[in-house]
Ligand binder design. Sequence first.
Ligand code: CP
Length: 310
Amino acid sequence: MDFKNRDVISVKDFSKKEINDILSYAKKMAPYAKGEKHTNILKEKILSSLFFEPSTRTRLSFESAMHRLGGSVIGFADPSATSQKKGESLADSIRMADSYSDAIVIRHPQEGAARLSAEFAESPVLNAGDGAGQHPTQCLLDLFTIITEKKKIKGNKVVLLGDLKYGRTVHSLAYALSLFGAELTFVSPQSLKMPKEVINECKDFGVEPSSTSNLEGAIKDADVLYVTRIQKERFPDAEEYNRVVGTYRVDNELLKYAKEDLIVMHPLPRVVEIDPQVDKTPHALYFKQAFNGVPVRMALLSLILGGRRI
Ligand code: CP
């Protein structure tokens, strides 16, 4: 399989076989991601890291991944300190990053910004989240986490909880989990239900997701509970946000309804939706999940930039 110089805009850009290949390669990357083994396969390669929206995990794990592979990183985390502040267009900023580096990672508040950037760049563009659109590398690390913990995806009962309307991670994940044959249940406030087009994509793979507002009932036989934050920054109306924030909270009381081996995932950051007491239980997988961003992004960068495998 040839990944060299490919853009990563949506998880839909990859076939199931290609996703499996990336995830297998990410497993090989794990000791390098932890610093137990060392490599220089991306020596002399430069990554542009352009974050037009706040991030902790995606930005730092991409940077860590690039450094662990022997490459270097340029970029910004604060667009107000760039010439965007003087009115420069996204296209021109991308043209510049393209001329200074070998690949571009971009996070942007506008849906479609990553795909647009790919049109102006000759180098590969990796979407690190575009508004309420896609977050393909998060999706890959989520799949990697489930496979690592549960050994397979097919047949696992996965509950997606929270902001299913604006949540870009759950849109990509619902698609990918259906591709791999998981069983899906959606739990959200009425106003934040999973969009119809995402449900239809699941159905295209023969998966019939169920929807409920009864979280206790939904987690009873679940293997994976994937929690998301209600994202204040995506709401056009503050009152609508205030109506739904705090609707669901995962705590140890709720987890009494769960199977012993239920894993709780969250793309993070969390605010109020998971009680910190849950962190101490064997159910809590979200910090390990966030670490998995490093081997997965190492695998992708290596395949896209290097062409040579470890
Ligand atoms: N999961 C995720 O995208 O986290 P950040 O917003 O911190 O990058």
